[in-house]
Design a protein around this ligand. Sequence first.
Ligand SMILES: C[S@@+](CC[C@H](N)C(=O)[O-])C[C@H]1O[C@@H](n2cnc3c(N)ncnc32)[C@H](O)[C@@H]1O
Length: 417
Amino acid sequence: MVSNDGFFTGQKPAAVLKHAVFTAYAHVFFSMLGSRHHGPMWLVDTNAGPGKYEADATGEQVNGSPIVALELAQTQREFATPREVHCAFVEAKKAYVEELKANVAPFVAQGLRAEVLHGNVADQLAEVWDMVGDNPVLTFIDPFGVAAVSKDQMTGTLLDPTRKASSEVLVNINIEAISRHGGYLQWGEHHEPELKPSVTTEAGVELSDAFFGGSWWRRKFLEGRDRTNDANQAAMEVVDAYREIIHAETGASSLVVPIRRTPTGPMLFHFTLFYRHPAAAYKFADAAAKGTAKWREVFRQKDLEELLAREEAQPSLFGAEDILEYNERDAKAREAELKNDAVVHIEANLTRMAARVASGQGIPIGGNIETILGSFMSLAGQSALLSAWDNLAAAGVVHTRDKSDSKNTWKQHVVKQ
Ligand SMILES: C[S@@+](CC[C@H](N)C(=O)[O-])C[C@H]1O[C@@H](n2cnc3c(N)ncnc32)[C@H](O)[C@@H]1O
């Protein structure tokens, strides 16, 4: 489970995106909670890694999630009403733990609390939870494959329904790993799922058993794949069933945000947020949109650096200034096009939803964000939603929104005219 060393040395664009979405949401989580909670709040990173890794062939270092988390804790401490965010990092690999300790040391020297625990998260969780105590906590689970946190730990610890303080969990669910585990299965003689004879050990399948809380998912996967002929689709159905179980046992709702570059582009990974607060899904969807926008900008800057370096080495007719200007104009146009497409899509979704309710009736924003954003989930957020709403109001389809409180848009209803 602790292989994949190359992850920390190759070019890692997806990691940049992952961190952008993670921090955008963590920032909202702690900012909102910190306005009413006095005392520490915790950020638990169950698969911390070494804290820093090489970005690309240039050898430029990129921060891993622990450093990103500590920078966030630093920012929160600088608020007019300072928020105290404590961090706990769990990492199974000894060498990474040593690197991580060195990487967090400067933050600790500045007075931030950062606990580094060595070991399997499944074994370390109780100790982490003793530290967290009755304080609010956001847990980030970011494994290479299927998470080592068992379903019982998820329901009994991380999302314990008897806990008073807020507790949310953000899991990077690896659909590809689940479908790989599913690929080791076949139907047996009595239509029971069994391991293919070619699979000599369970090849990690038991990790999926622990994560999903039993072997029920095996049948679900095989049935889904038989029906759809698509292993990824079958894995998604397993995840949906898991989310329902978690909801039934803990009351926590969840939102899956597929992270990709364009609406039709390949899925890079799925972030699943388990939450209880009614604002969470809306805020998370908006955070994902902000994270993916930041990511596009990071890539644009990288492309630009390359273009300028080429220009310097071999000057063209254009010159650096023209290249800069063209690049910026092009990026703005592409962003505008993406937003425009998102607005059109959201307008269509809202219009369809409005058609199902009576005049004067409202569609609650917070509880419907998945349907409202549709296939632009993770690419569009509040800004596109507000534009679509304004357009529909101008067209007489819905009432004008309350523009005085954009922080609480999630509480509003889109009311049919
Ligand atoms: C995808 S990397 C995490 C990267 C890190 N979250 C970041 O964004 O910089 C997964 C990490 O989990 C660690 N790991 C794997 N299995 C683990 C387990 N059972 N408990 C704790 N850590 C584990 C691996 O050694 C690896 O460092």
